[in-house]
Design a protein around this ligand. Structure first.
Ligand code: HEC
Length: 114
């Protein structure tokens, strides 16, 4: 019984977590005042497109989400729930033409360089 159940349980553990829905409204509310409505950044705040993707390329999306949860929004770090951070991370993935369900940030593609 256990022998038959175990591989199934392991497969479930290995399955990627359900990706959160991208939440542009939440980004607009919590992040856009610094990073810009389209993630374009300012002279003081880094963009969340372009070089940002190059910097995070190859990193697990979970690491990006953990960074956001821990450090952002910069004036109020630690105020996002895990669920909110997941929805905002999914939005950043979508904003950069990437699938929020993928495991890692993919290298920058020419089509998404602004
Ligand atoms: C008060 C202004 C401010 C707000 C609001 C803010 N950020 Fe930031 N963010 C910054 C600054 C400044 C940096 C660069 C600081 C640093 O690198 O330590 C940064 C860096 C980042 C980075 C790293 C960029 C890189 O290229 O590696 C990410 C990702 C990020 N912010 C996401 C977010 C998200 C998501 C939100 C909304 C939940 C948010 N930020 C809200 C100011 C802000």
């Amino acid at each position: 019984m256990m022998r038959r159940f175990l591989p199934f349980a392991l497969a479930l553990l290995a399955a990627p977590a359900q990706a959160a829905e991208p939440d542009p409204a939440l980004y607009a509310q919590r992040c856009a005042m610094c990073h810009g409505a389209g993630g374009q950044g300012t002279h003081e705040v880094p963009a969340l497109t372009g070089a940002f993707v190059a910097r995070w390329a190859g990193a697990p999306v979970a690491d990006l989400q953990a960074y956001i949860t821990r450090v952002m929004p910069q004036h109020a770090p630690g105020t996002l729930s895990a669920e909110e951070a997941a929805r905002i991370t999914a939005f950043l993935m979508a904003l950069n033409g990437q699938n929020p369900a993928q495991q890692r940030v993919e290298p920058l593609r020419l089509s998404v360089i602004h």
